[in-house]
Design a protein around this ligand. Structure first.
Ligand code: ADE
Length: 227
């Protein structure tokens, strides 16, 4: 998969993809993340990318022309399955959306700043708006990093144990069961006997029950969700 990201702060998007699973995904050639500096499409000597909003009011708005030119230069090179604007107004990200996006070939993400982007970019180019939660970040970059990470780890071959993403929290709308590692007894805090029993069937059943119980206690909303 290839993911292009348009940002005014490309430096902010360097480190998140240079470590651990995202690094490996790129080294294996399964994921390519390319960050484009919107300033390169800025207007005039100062490479302006934002301006005051029509109608008055505090806060700058990212201008239509630099974004339009940047998007079209990318579209001239490939077709995007989705053009995603990261915004608190968007559809709230969940595992189902992430699963669906992980099946695509080319994604383009746009990070907003200040008061946001000129509405015409949203109506003319954006095909999907995603929020990572009901709070406001100072820009879309950290949200884009979250989205890329959540998608990247689902790409076939990225995780060592191919099955492990299937047992993540939220796959099947259930939270993950508790996990333990050595030692089996730490200061009298014991690992549940069942996990030491070697009985795979019983362990699987226990894990399912724990998942269900945890979901009922913490996120009952997930149990009634269709999507
Ligand atoms: N930009 C600012 N806040 C955001 C949020 N909560 N989700 C996605 N993008 C954002």
């Amino acid at each position: 998969m290839r993911i292009d990201i348009i940002s005014v702060l490309p430096e902010l998007l360097k480190s998140p993809f240079e470590h651990s699973i995202m690094k490996r995904a790129q080294q294996k050639g399964l994921l390519e993340v390319i960050v484009h500096d919107l300033r390169e499409f800025g207007l005039g000597k100062h490479r302006q990318i934002d301006d005051y909003q029509y109608g008055g009011g505090a806060g700058m708005v990212m201008m239509v022309e630099p974004l339009s030119k940047c998007i079209e230069s990318l579209q001239a090179q490939r077709e995007y399955d989705e053009i995603i604007y990261l915004s608190p107004d968007g559809k709230q990200l969940n595992q189902q959306i992430t699963n669906r996006l992980s099946l695509h070939k080319n994604l383009l993400m746009i990070c907003g700043h200040y008061k946001g982007i000129d509405e015409r970019i949203r109506t003319q180019y954006v095909t999907l708006e995603i929020s990572i939660g009901d709070y406001v970040l100072s820009g879309g970059e950290l949200a884009a990093a979250v989205l890329v990470d959540a998608i990247g780890r689902l790409l076939p071959g990225v995780l060592n144990d191919e099955t492990s993403a299937l047992f993540d929290s939220f796959q099947d709308n259930l939270l993950a069961p508790p996990v333990y590692t050595r030692p089996a007894d730490y200061n009298g805090w014991k690992v549940p006997d069942i996990l030491l029993s070697g009985n795979d069937g019983a362990i699987e059943e226990w894990r399912y029950e724990q998942s269900l119980q945890r979901t009922q206690e913490r996120r009952p909303d997930l149990l009634s969700e269709d999507e």
